[in-house]
Design a protein around this ligand. Structure first.
Ligand code: FAD
Ligand code: DHB
Length: 389
């Protein structure tokens, strides 16, 4: 089959890229290893930056987001006996929206299906060929076991942290930081016990109270690397959350409820540079991973494709290669900003064995809670810098 842009991966980056390319009059075909149902049910991110929301609205994906998304003015930062609200709206005039990645991919999946987008699900053995030429291609084995080939003008790797596209860039520079802790994440059928997210520092370890809707809560606990989820009973999880989130403090209570999903997530930072090799481009988790503490991963994937789609339209439609040539450098500026912010939030909030670290963390948290300059810096990064930063 022949198309203009062959996209590997139907996660948020790949689906949104095809939506934006279509709007710019550029054709694409997507290949994806999983089924559509699997991709749409995968529980991941929950927080959308203002510019992500604006972009989704601008490409016709705002309807359900505007009715079901929950706009938050800021976050609560907490440590034992103290809880402080940082109001992004007041500090910088920007907000964030709680709307699950599952919902973003469902909206995108429906929009792409309605537009007749070609997506080959359940492929295996995806490989990139000839990215140095003007006729790169992608080969795969289809769900029926037959070999498939997409000949294209451009290939985009939107294949996440374990996909093959990144390895097709020769001699890249890479940076990695593996953190000495993981998150135990749960989804529970219970109304959130808080209006906005609580990020809590505690000597037992970090805890985060997030949510998906008025009836579904999402919570996380810092746990040691290698933790077996089977060692955390529902009771043990709710007890640890209650302690770390300050149940009983100033009359605040944490409401437990039935846990419907439980998993352990390792945490790392990773950046690969450049994000382009000839006619192969990388976007989203294919090029960079951030630890989840700053809620940046999905937003960064969206920012990449918001930059890449017009660059590819210039290249393929207007025969102007300049924006595509600048893509990697431009995207990496934001990638490194978010990499720093995610590292900073992570190292400020997760406890270690070192009592000196704990004092520095508490000092930093007190400064954020009492200094408008400190709080504004956090707000700018958390609510998100404008696309094209
Ligand atoms: P992915 O979503 O990983 O999509 C890649 C796709 O490529 C997948 O569908 C995969 O199946 C497919 N693929 C892989 N290999 C191949 C192949 N060989 N051939 C074809 N297809 C292939 N981010 C935030 O912004 N805010 C948050 O609050 C947040 N919370 C998170 C919480 C958790 C628990 C986790 C795990 C992540 C969180 N993130 C968050 C990160 C966010 O989910 C990711 O950054 C985001 O999914 C990246 O999108 P992507 O499209 O680049 O990659
Ligand atoms: C969620 C995940 C995050 O990493 C974060 O910082 C905030 C919220 C979530 O899944 O809701």
């Amino acid at each position: 089959m022949r198309t203009q842009v062959a996209i590997i991966g139907a996660g948020p980056a790949g689906l949104l890229l095809s939506q934006l390319l279509d709007a710019a009059g550029v054709e694409s075909v997507i290949v994806e290893t999983r089924s559509r149902e699997y991709v749409e049910a995968r529980i991941r991110a929950g927080i959308l930056e203002q510019s992500t929301v604006d972009l989704l609205r601008s490409c016709g994906l705002g309807e359900r987001l505007d009715t079901e998304g929950d706009v938050h003015r800021g976050i609560h930062l907490q440590w034992p006996r103290e809880r402080h609200h940082l109001d992004f709206s007041e500090l910088i005039g920007r907000t964030v929206t709680v709307y699950g990645q599952t919902e973003v991919t469902k909206d995108l999946g429906r929009a792409r299906a309605a537009a007749g987008q070609e997506i080959v699900y359940e492929v295996s053995g995806t490989a990139v060929h000839d990215p140095e030429t003007e006729r790169p291609s992608v080969t795969y084995t289809g769900p029926d076991g037959r070999p498939g080939r997409i000949e294209a003008d451009v290939v985009v790797g939107c294949d996440g942290s374990f996909g093959p596209a990144r390895a097709a860039v020769p001699d890249p520079q890479t940076w990695e930081r593996v953190y000495p802790y993981s998150w135990l994440g749960i989804l529970a059928d219970v109304a959130p016990s808080t209006d906005e997210l609580i990020y809590a520092w505690h000597p037992d370890g970090f805890a985060l109270h997030s949510m998906r809707s008025a009836t579904v809560s999402r919570l996380y606990l810092q746990v040691p690397n290698g933790t077996d989820v089977a060692t955390w009973s529902d009771d043990r999880i709710w007890t640890a959350l209650a302690t770390r989130l300050g149940h009983g403090q100033d009359g605040w209570t944490l409401n437990p409820g039935p846990i419907t999903e439980k998993s352990v997530l390792p945490m790392r930072s990773f950046v690969q540079q450049p994000m382009r090799h000839g006619r192969l481009f990388l976007a989203g988790d294919a090029a960079h991973i951030v630890p989840p503490t700053g809620a940046k991963g999905l937003n960064l994937a969206v920012a990449d494709v918001a930059l890449l789609a017009p660059a590819l339209a210039s290249l393929l439609r207007d025969k102007d290669p300049a924006p595509a040539e600048a893509y990697s450098d431009t995207a990496l500026r934001r990638v490194w900003r978010c990499t720093h912010f995610s590292w900073w939030m992570t190292t400020m909030l997760h406890t270690s064995e070192d009592p000196f670290d704990a004092q520095l963390q508490l000092s930093q948290l007190r400064w954020l809670a009492t200094s408008e300059a400190g709080a504004t810096g956090l707000a700018e990064n958390y609510a998100g810098l404008p696309i094209g930063f």
